[in-house]
Design a protein around this ligand. Structure first.
Ligand code: FES
Length: 577
């Protein structure tokens, strides 16, 4: 190959394919059974395409096709693309919750990248947990890496109106329970909601994570918003394939891009897009892998004052297609450039300022101007108090303003089964001012910290026209959900955190302005309840679930496994033969 195509640093892949001995023979010979000619191994960058394609992850089901466009770009730039599968996490399909397996997938990603002879990697993901899992794994190896996301589905359609993934499921479901929608209508909405390839097209967790990946600088511009079916996404995949070859030559790694400043930009971006509460645990976990000190308090400190400009469901009206046609994420960054660190480095090899300088906004209804925000102060609020000594979070932009300051009596559910058994009971003693408390749904408790924190309201209140109540749990909630919902209470109830000690009728105060969450019992009463509290024996005695329960950290640490924090690099010191 010509000199100008050579990398400045010796290529890692040459430790596999450059050796003129028995080991080199073995590594090359078996690869040649795929029709790769000799010159594939002459010192060109080998690019892994880490693909979370799966028919069981419908949001990622088209990623094998998208990988072909990445390959075109890699070939064009003088590299050799090699696609490999990793575990995939279908958010709507996995039980008990896809989040249980995020860390497992990250281990698969990390070990696959390290064990094989690649110089850089393109991460193909999209459905909620697949993006953070791939970033976490890639950060722990720290080879040049870049993301191409699935892209959002086209807007959902039902009876001539746009409907949003998830968000309208919750609304329709409550309408059925409240007697305002027939079951037949409900079933007919199903086909109109998910009518194209791609991820949820609301600002749920998948859209949030793809936009935050752009904010972090880990993808090319527009990756966050381009619809999955838009031919420009295929072109973006092609350009990404070209770019990763250059990144290998430049030795531009995640640790060069994912600085504290990049995470701060992502926290600001999450507020500006009205992003998912799930971003909190994911960014904390990614930061932990790359060695950046990011805390739960940073979310409030950095994001709280940022306005939400993007008018998308679940906080607002529109959907991802509209966001992209309005200018997409780069146009939003342009609008908020005084708030962001525009000098932050991106995978493009230039700053955020450079990579977004040509962006324009084409629709002020969707990407609001600074003087007409959807919400003025839209960041995640971090709560502290005797009910959550390690913290809890709430998304004020998706809550009912009148409930952000509220005192009420607790209606307690000991676990999800208890909740499901009693929530619609006519006997349930509950009123509109009650506070629903759900225990046992944290990282260790469910296990996997499921998205059940936005528990549906009792049908007898729905029938009275009540649409929101304060709800508190150690669970997460879907990024497509809404309501006055306090989440991620730490320590969780299963570990004997104060949430475990709440009893029916206890008074609780939620004070979002003062960032407080308080259980009105005396310290003595709390101590006595704590002394009488007994842990329940886990049902999980083997396999990954046991490993997870034994090692998962609390939500304020990103719910990563304790032994996965940090990185091991890309070096493998021993040969395989
Ligand atoms: Fe896959 Fe929403 S379920 S992105």
């Amino acid at each position: 190959m010509s000199d100008e195509n050579k990398s400045k640093k010796p290529l890692r892949s040459q430790e596999w394919y450059g050796k003129l001995d028995k080991d080199g023979f073995i590594h090359r010979s078996w690869m040649k059974n795929q029709g790769l000619p000799d010159h594939s191994f002459d010192g060109r960058p080998i690019i892994g395409i880490c693909n979370s394609w799966s028919e069981l992850t419908p949001c990622n089901a088209h990623l094998r096709e998208l990988a072909e466009y990445v390959k075109r770009g890699v070939w064009e730039a003088g590299g050799v693309p090699l696609e490999f599968p990793v575990m995939s996490l279908g958010e709507t399909q996995m039980k008990p919750t896809a989040m249980l397996f995020r860390n497992l997938m990250s281990m698969d990603v990390e070990e696959s990248i390290r064990a094989y002879g690649m110089d850089g990697v393109v991460l193909l993901g999209g459905c909620d947990k697949t993006t953070p899992a791939q970033l976490m794994g890639a950060c722990s190896v720290d080879l040049p890496a870049i993301v191409v996301s699935s892209g959002p589905m086209l807007n959902g359609k039902y009876r001539g109106k746009d409907i949003g993934s998830g968000t309208d499921v919750w609304k329709f479901s409550e309408a059925v329970r409240g007697g305002k929608m027939s079951l037949d209508e409900f079933m007919r909405a199903e086909s109109g909601m998910s009518r194209s390839r791609g991820t949820c097209m609301t600002m749920g967790t998948a859209s949030t994570m793809s936009c935050l990946t752009e904010a972090l600088g880990m993808s090319l511009p527009e990756n966050g918003t381009l619809p999955a079916v838009d031919a420009r996404r295929q072109a973006l995949a092609h350009l990404t394939g070209m770019r990763i070859v250059e990144m290998v030559k430049e030795d531009l790694k995640p640790s060069d891009i994912l600085t504290k400043s990049a995470f701060e930009n992502a926290i600001r971006a999450n507020a500006a897009i009205g992003g998912s509460t799930n971003a909190v645990v994911h960014l904390l976990a990614i930061a932990g892998r790359v060695g950046v000190e990011l805390t739960l308090d940073d979310w409030d400190r950095i994001g709280a004052e940022i306005p939400c400009l993007v008018d998308l469901m679940p906080s607002g009206r529109f959907l991802m297609e509209d966001f992209h046609y309005a200018g997409g994420f780069p146009a939003l960054i342009q609008r908020l450039q005084d708030e962001f660190d525009m000098q932050a480095m991106t995978v493009s090899g230039s700053s955020l300022a450079d990579s977004t300088k040509e962006a324009e906004c084409f629709n002020d209804e969707v990407i609001r101007p600074l003087d007409k925000p959807l919400r003025k102060k839209a960041g995640i609020a971090v709560l502290k108090g005797n009910l959550c000594p390690q913290g809890a979070i709430i998304k004020p932009s998706a809550a009912t303003p009148a409930l952000l300051q509220h005192t009420g009596k607790a209606v307690v559910f000991e676990n999800i089964e208890d909740y499901k058994a009693r929530i619609d009971s006519p006997e349930l003693e509950v009123g509109k001012d009650s506070i629903l408390v759900l225990k046992g749904c944290g990282p260790k408790g469910y296990p996997g910290m499921p998205e059940v924190g936005n528990m549906a309201l009792p049908s007898k209140l729905l029938e009275q026209g009540i649409t929101d109540m304060v709800r508190i749990s150690d669970a997460r909630m879907s990024g497509t959900a809404f309501g006055t919902v306090v989440l991620h209470v730490a320590p969780e109830a299963t570990m004997g955190g104060p949430l475990a000690l709440v009893k029916n009728g206890d008074e609780i105060t939620l004070d979002v302005a003062g960032r407080g969450l308080h259980l009105h019992i005396s310290d003595e009463e709390m101590a006595e309840r704590q002394a009488n509290w007994q842990a329940q024996e886990s049902e999980y005695h083997r396999g990954y679930a046991k490993l997870y329960i034994d090692h998962v950290m609390q939500a304020d640490r990103g719910a990563d496994l304790d032994f996965l924090v940090g990185k091991s690099g890309s070096k493998v010191s021993r040969e395989s033969h």
